[in-house]
Design a protein around this ligand. Structure first.
Ligand code: AP5
Ligand code: MG
Length: 215
């Protein structure tokens, strides 16, 4: 039962890689961004509170995110199959809170240059039903029918925070508040960190991923 953090800038490919891994592993994909979007869809108090931060490219306050993740960790699937944490921790405070509840096996650090990220973000389309991720600027990643999910026929949409302006803010938030998280792990235990090439998130094979990560 592995406990893995997927770490990387907005658009680095965390969700895409998680989608690849969960095809061959029972490990549970826990994305804090997806949890907030599900809360927002259901108009819960957490969702309504998170929306203003997300739309501004800022982080939702630590206390809200940490509480949400701790609650998710109490569910049976995570207890039985471990987790692939996507988008958490994003502050050193969150990393410390995670240390209190879990012994990590790896931190997968997806590295990528900023200049390719904007096109990935503005071209992304996500399925409103199953969350599958597409990209209209990449032939390999376009859906067969425009606006429809190949997997479940759900409608595809563009996230509210996937504009050029909000991307710039999200990226700056990442540099200011999230990059220190990698330094935190480097100081704590550098052996935890596995560097992955963000330009290859689609290309990694199952064998390669199993070799690199404790899956
Ligand atoms: P979140 O949903 O986590 O957004 P993010 O970190 O900005 O990351 P993204 O989902 O944009 O990128 P990704 O790395 O998953 O990339 P993807 O695989 O989709 O968070 C949203 C907001 O929620 C935050 O701004 C914050 O407000 C709040 N929040 C969430 N967690 C929080 C926390 N812990 N604390 C506080 N606030 C929190 O790929 C991107 C695109 O590129 C896709 O279209 C994909 O098809 C394409 N692509 C992927 N790989 C490749 C490739 N190799 N080549 C070409 N295209 C590719
Ligand atoms: Mg994502």
């Amino acid at each position: 039962m592995a406990k893995i953090v997927l770490f990387g800038a907005p658009g680095a490919g965390k969700g895409t890689l998680a989608g690849k891994i969960t095809k061959f592993s029972d490990i549970v994909h826990v994305s804090t961004g997806d949890l907030f979007r599900a809360n927002l869809k259901n108009k819960t108090p957490i969702g309504m509170k998170a929306k203003e931060y997300m739309d501004n490219g800022e982080l939702v306050p630590d206390s809200v995110v940490i509480g949400m993740v701790k609650k998710r960790f109490k569910e049976d699937d995570v207890k039985e199959n471990g987790f692939l944490l996507d988008g958490f921790p994003r502050t050193v405070e969150q990393a410390k809170a995670l240390d209190e509840v879990a012994d990590l096996d790896a931190v997968a650090y997806i590295k990528i240059d900023k200049d390719v990220l904007e096109k990935r973000i503005t071209g992304r389309r996500s399925c409103t039903e199953c969350g599958a991720i597409y990209n209209i600027y990449n032939e390999e990643l376009t859906p067969e029918e425009e606006g429809k999910c190949d997997k479940c026929d759900g409608d595809l949409m563009q996230r509210d925070d996937d504009t050029k302006e909000t991307f710039e803010k999200r990226y700056q938030t990442y540099v200011d508040q999230s990059e220190p998280v990698i330094e935190y792990y480097r100081e704590k235990n550098p052996d935890l960190i596995v560097e992955l090439d963000g330009s290859r998130t689609m290309a990694y094979t199952e064998e390669e991923l199993k070799e690199l990560l404790p899956l």
